[in-house]
Ligand binder design. Structure first.
Ligand code: AGP
Length: 607
């Protein structure tokens, strides 16, 4: 996913832009560049890491100028190369842009502009924006940018420089995140807070089709009709250290250890005595009783959290819950209407597939709730209701605290609905509420001693394939365990419903095949034991993950990782932490790029 930073103020722009790009590196990118306006616009850009860009900038003498834009590119159109990197200059050199998103009609626009004699240099869709600004420029940048937005289709967050306005930075956006940072005699645009957080904690969200006009001393906003728009700044209390590694070798490990706080921040704010208060989400008896179906939609780990939520909500709310992959949902002509409650889960709140699914569900009449981690993100803003997870910035591409806080949020929603429907006993309700409230301390218990997890992980680090099996909510939890291992260690891993192994996949079990068996559901111990024996009888070795109260399973397996005792219905949060660490230590042993795994991006803002 691309990253954008822009600056206008009293200091030299280049060092601020370069530092901002370093803070955006985690988003995944393949090239980067900056442009500084000082009379004329000077662009320095390169394929490869931001460190290479820094060298290039200093070799060419750091440009002067107190206004500029910067970009990290994750290629979508045109291979990673210097010429395809951003920023892009207009043909006459008077305009310069950085873009995050995809211009879906760039080919037609490019053909049209080329026919008007405007030459193009790159293969990208983004360059068309720079040329279009030049072509439509009428001496007034606000009206020009309004016209540009009328011509563009697709998604975009754009920073713009104009040589005719040497002390003004512009930004426009549609379907792609862009925040405006308000400093002291300096202002910023950024794809996310981390790029500007060391300079300011005060931000404003730019909404779709709005234009931001920034000078050193003032920021003005216009809507698509050119009318000025008042905005209320909000404060982001994430200090920059939260976006740093804080002494951990990887962001992922830091974020695994942040889970007790992340879960606590997510649940404790909503548990008021014996009552669950889900912010402004109204679960009245009438609207709850009108729900005859719940669709939970997400991608990747967010989807896996939804499957864990399905088990819990169906068990206690007795409402049919469908879990849908967002990318499938949007093209499936889904069964969704005004009696469907749609829950869209997304850590970043910017995943294109999930945003498209949200929009479709709303169009079909469904009430929508977003479970999102990033404040004011697109999915958070467009859903009817939002329940934020308070996990703080998640930098590592592989989600950890984002996932466990999503699961905790789903438990709260399920318990709230069950209570409103009066289909859960007071005793069971209080028991579960207490269990959820105690999850942070139980996660802390796991984190206190991870040596055994590390030992097992390191002993399995050279395996080519690992199976994860479980039944019921353990199966749901095993899906996330398999994804974690795959995405950061590049070992093939597969999660399987334990009862399903015998219907085909068990043919893959041979001498030495490693299987992790999640065995936390007391009523399924016996079934799981026979599945474990079936694997072992074919030469496979089984590492069981179970509760302290079920240590017996350890004698029947080739190894045991115990989680603190907790209610069977909330074990996925605890088994998730064990499996995150299991994956982490294997990837560390294999010296993988844990925070930025190959081919992956933190948030996939293209469909
Ligand atoms: C999880 O470790 C992956 N990074 C990925 O599957 C992620 O969960 C998925 O892309 C959804 O992202 P979101 O939660 O930001 O929408």
């Amino acid at each position: 996913m691309c990253g954008i930073i822009g600056y206008v103020g009293g200091k030299k722009a280049a060092p601020i832009l370069l530092k901002g790009l370093q803070r955006l590196e985690y988003r995944g990118y393949d090239s980067s560049g900056i442009a500084v306006l000082n009379g004329s616009i000077r662009v320095t850009k390169t394929c490869g890491k931001v460190a290479t860009l820094c060298e290039k900038v200093s070799e060419n003498n750091m440009p002067d100028g107190v206004i500029g834009i910067g970009h990290t590119r994750w290629a979508t159109h045109g291979a990673p190369s210097d010429i395809n990197s951003h920023p892009h200059l207009s043909a006459d050199g008077r305009f310069c842009i950085v873009h995050n998103g995809i211009i879906e009609n760039f080919a037609e626009l490019k053909a049209d502009l080329t026919a008007h004699g405007i030459p193009f240099k790159s293969e990208t869709d983004s360059e068309v924006i720079a040329q279009l600004v030049q072509y439509l420029y009428d001496g007034d940048m606000i009206s020009t940018l309004r016209n540009v937005m009328e011509r563009l289709s697709g998604s975009y967050a754009v920073g713009v420089l104009c040589a005719d306005s040497p002390s003004t930075l512009y930004a426009i956006r549609k379907d792609n995140p862009l925040v405006v940072g308000l400093g002291q005699n300096e202002n910023f645009i950024a794809s996310d807070f981390a790029a500007a957080l060391e300079h300011t904690h005060n931000f404003v969200q730019l909404n779709d089709y709005e234009i931001a006009q920034l000078t050193a001393r003032a920021v003005t906003f216009f809507d698509r009709n050119g009318k000025s728009v008042e905005k209320t700044p909000y404060r982001v209390d994430w200090d920059i250290s939260l976006a740093e590694k804080g002494g951990y070798p990887h962001f992922m490990l830091k974020e695994i250890y942040e889970q007790p706080k992340a879960i606590k921040d997510t649940v404790s704010a909503r548990i008021k005595g014996d009552n669950i208060v889900l912010d402004r989400i109204e679960f009245s008896a009438s609207n709850v009783n009108s729900i005859n179906r719940i669709n939970i939609i997400g991608c990747g780990s967010a989807y896996h959290a939804g499957i864990v939520g399905k088990h819990f909500i169906e068990k206690y709310c007795r409402i049919s819950v469908n879990c849908e992959l967002a990318s499938e949902y949007i093209y499936s002509n889904p069964i969704t209407d005004n009696r469907t409650l749609t829950v869209v889960i997304s850590q970043s709140g910017e995943t294109a597939d999930s945003l498209a699914a949200l929009r479709l569900a709303k169009k079909l009449g469904s009430h929508t709730i977003a479970i999102v981690n990033v404040l004011h993100s697109a999915i958070a803003r467009e859903a009817d209701d939002v329940l934020y997870t308070y996990a703080g910035p998640e930098i590592a591409v592989a989600t950890t605290k984002g996932y466990t806080t999503q699961v905790a949020a789903l438990y709260l929603i399920g318990l709230k609905i069950a209570k409103v429907k009066h289909i859960i006993s007071d005793a069971r309700y209080s028991e579960l509420l207490n269990e959820i409230a105690r999850l942070p301390e139980k996660v802390s218990e796991i984190l206190k001693d991870t040596d055994k997890i590390k030992q097992y992980a390191q002993s399995y680090a050279d395996h080519k394939c690992v199976f994860f099996i479980g039944r019921g909510t353990d199966y749901a939890a095993s899906l996330e365990g398999a994804l974690k291992l795959k995405e950061i260690s590049y070992i093939h891993a597969e999660a399987y419903a334990a009862g399903e192994l015998k219907h085909g996949t068990i043919s893959l079990i041979e001498n030495g095949t490693v299987t992790l068996a999640l065995v936390t559901q007391e009523d399924l111990y016996a079934k799981m034991l026979s599945n474990i024996k079936a694997v072992q009888s074919r030469g496979g070795s089984v590492l069981a993950i179970s509760s302290q109260k079920n240590m017996q399973i350890g004698k029947e397996s080739d190894g045991l990782l115990a989680i603190p005792d907790c209610d069977d219905d909330v074990t996925p949060v605890l088994t998730a932490v064990v499996l995150q660490l299991f994956a982490y230590y294997i990837a560390a042993k294999r010296e993988c790029d844990i925070d930025k795994p190959r081919n992956l991006a933190k948030s996939v803002t293209v469909e």
